[in-house]
Design a protein around this ligand. Structure first.
Ligand code: FES
Ligand code: FES
Length: 155
């Protein structure tokens, strides 16, 4: 079957098998930031955006992306590096395995909830598993990043 979508701002038309996952499609398109940890919608590592909202690419068929806008970390590289610095500074990047999906979800959250409470942050990120950090460093990094963005906005 044929699909046409916008991937990181570029229009793409491709022939794909009907059962191909969005994860496999994106890797084939060279989006190597997209990783797979579980293939069962459990870990959040494969998070990308469809029309600016986070989706688990391991559990979405590529066919469903037809006509939509898909964003991977390659499409928000500058922001990802900026937040990644806060994450590293707070000790939130240890083995780094969870980081790609986590960062995509944080950047989506910042767009959706400009001033989230701790509870909202925890709820939004509940699907992003990390086996190293205990999440406190993640929370500190997000709060410092949000404060930085708010300061930038009033400048
Ligand atoms: S790889 Fe998709 S949720 Fe784990
Ligand atoms: S830093 Fe190792 S899984 Fe999150």
């Amino acid at each position: 079957m044929q699909i046409t979508l916008t991937l990181n701002g570029r229009r793409c038309t491709d022939e794909i098998p009907a059962d191909m996952t969005l994860f496999t499609y994106l890797r084939q398109k060279g989006c190597y930031s997209v990783k797979c940890g579980c293939e069962t919608s459990s870990c959040g590592l494969c998070t990308v955006w469809m029309d600016q909202k986070p989706v688990l690419s391991c559990s979405v068929l590529a066919a469903r992306a037809d006509g939509h806008e898909i964003t991977t970390m390659e499409g928000v590289q500058q922001e990802a590096v900026e937040f990644g610095t806060f994450l590293a500074d707070e000790g939130g990047e240890q083995c780094g395995f969870c980081s790609p999906g986590f960062i995509m979800n944080v950047l989506a959250m910042v767009r959706e909830l400009p001033n989230p409470t701790d509870e909202q942050i925890k709820e939004y990120l509940a699907g992003n598993l990390c086996r190293c950090t205990g999440y406190q460093s993640h929370l500190r990094a997000i709060k410092k990043y949000l404060a930085h963005k708010q300061k930038e906005a009033v400048r």
